[in-house]
Design a binder for this molecule. Structure first.
Ligand code: GDP
Ligand code: MG
Length: 134
C-alpha cells in the first residue's frame, strides 16, 4: 500500500481530559509518523469548512460550537495506508459502539464528544490538511 497523508485532530475533550500523549503514542506504535502538529483553537471558518458535509443536520450547530470550544491538536499523519490506519485506531463514531482498544472506545463517552477526528479518504485528507495547515 502507498504512503499516504491524513489529517487527524484531537478534539477539545481529548485535550481537556489529558489524552494527547496516549493518542500520539498509539499512532507511533502503529508505525505512523507525525509530520506536523499544532495545539490551538479551530476558527469558525475552519470548523464550517471541515464539517460542510453535515450542514443542516440536527447535530450540526452543536458540533460547530463544540469543536471551537477549546484547544485541539491538529496533526498531519503519514505512513502506509495512513487514512485507514488512523480510522481503525479511532474506532466507531459513537463511543458507545467503539470497540475496547480503540481511541474512542477507551476514552470517549458520548457522540458529541468523541475524542478524535480523522479524514475518511485520501481526498478528504488533502482538503482537510489545506483547511488546517494553509
Ligand atoms: P466521523 O468521521 O467518525 O467523525 O463521523 P462523521 O463524519 O459522520 O461525523 C462527524 C462528527 O459529527 C462526529 O465525529 C461526531 O462528533 C458528530 N456526529 C456525527 N453524527 C452524529 C449524531 O448523530 N449525533 C451527534 N450528536 N453528533 C454526531
Ligand atoms: Mg467524518
Amino acid at each position: 500500500m502507498a504512503i499516504q497523508k491524513t489529517y487527524s485532530m484531537i478534539k477539545p475533550d481529548g485535550v481537556r481530559n489529558g489524552h494527547i500523549g496516549e493518542i500520539v503514542n498509539r499512532f507511533e506504535r502503529a508505525g505512523l509518523t507525525v509530520e506536523r502538529m499544532e495545539l490551538g483553537m479551530v476558527t469558525l471558518d475552519q470548523a464550517k469548512a471541515n464539517y460542510a458535509e453535515h450542514e443542516g443536520k440536527p447535530f450540526y450547530d452543536g458540533l460547530i460550537s463544540y469543536i471551537t470550544s477549546g484547544p485541539v491538536v491538529k496533526m498531519v499523519i503519514s505512513g502506509e495506508g495512513a487514512v485507514a490506519k488512523v480510522r481503525t485506531l479511532m474506532g466507531a463514531t459513537n463511543p458507545a459502539e467503539a470497540a475496547p482498544g480503540t481511541i474512542r472506545g477507551d476514552f470517549g463517552l458520548i457522540m458529541d464528544e468523541n475524542v478524535i477526528h480523522g479524514s475518511d479518504s485520501p481526498e478528504s485528507a488533502e482538503r482537510e490538511i489545506g483547511i488546517f495547515f494553509a
